[in-house]
Design a protein around this ligand. Structure first.
Ligand code: HQG
Length: 182
């Protein structure tokens, strides 16, 4: 599959596995899963046909590993980033001492005032990798890199989860644990 086509399909899958399953007649099961057979039928019925093999390639080659099959290979889900109500059934995990978040200068005053909020997603997204955080911030212009004192927040009772593609998730980060890292 050519890269443009792969990006188009990846965006279509993200949209419907994270935000609007009902728009193509799908309903997410507990854990965010959909049956692969139903997904392929829904994609075909909504102008994004692909085969099972193409779906496997797309999942494997995806730059951020956004999607994952279950252990049977019969179901697929988005690994994070949902706005629809879904319980990903992740287990709480101890984070590394420092995590990063990339944002835009315009968001900084509000973040300093009220901390990091999940906005329209289910969680605040954090990463252990500075470069990744910068790239996320860059989507909105000049990136601002924030360092989160994850060890202190965890010690204070903050509950962290790690998604299957290595994104750290938390309900909110109070301002006290956030500092500008550049
Ligand atoms: C900001 C993409 C004002 C926050 C990316 C961010 C990531 C606040 C925006 C993943 C705030 C939310 C997630 C506050 C946070 N006041 N602004 N109190 N607290 N913000 O897209 O983390 O391609 O929902 O800094 O690459 O940017 O979709 O979250 O700028 O991995 O797989 O509000 O989405 O991955 O934006 O990005 P988002 P995010 P995918």
């Amino acid at each position: 599959m050519d890269p443009k086509q792969a990006t188009r399909l990846s965006k279509f899958l993200s949209q419907h596995l994270r935000h609007a399953p009902a728009a193509i007649g799908l309903r997410l099961e507990a854990g965010g899963w959909v049956a692969v057979a139903d997904l392929l039928a829904a994609c075909a019925a909504h102008s994004h046909p692909l085969t099972r093999d193409e779906l496997e390639d797309l999942v494997e080659d995806n730059d951020k590993q956004r999607f994952a099959f279950d252990e049977t290979g019969q179901r697929l889900r988005a690994q994070q980033g949902h706005s629809v109500a879904v319980d990903l059934q992740l287990a709480p995990a101890a984070p590394p001492a420092v995590l990063y978040h990339g944002t835009a200068p315009a968001a900084l005053p509000a973040i300093q005032r009220e901390g990091l909020q999940k906005m329209s997603r289910h969680h605040v997204h954090l990463t252990a990798d500075e470069a990744t955080a910068r790239r996320v911030g860059q989507r909105r212009g000049r990136p601002v890199l924030l360092a989160i004192d994850a060890a202190a927040l965890h010690a204070a009772g903050g509950v962290f989860y790690k998604s299957g593609n290595g994104v750290w998730l938390i309900e909110a980060v109070p301002p006290h644990y956030v500092r500008e890292a550049q």
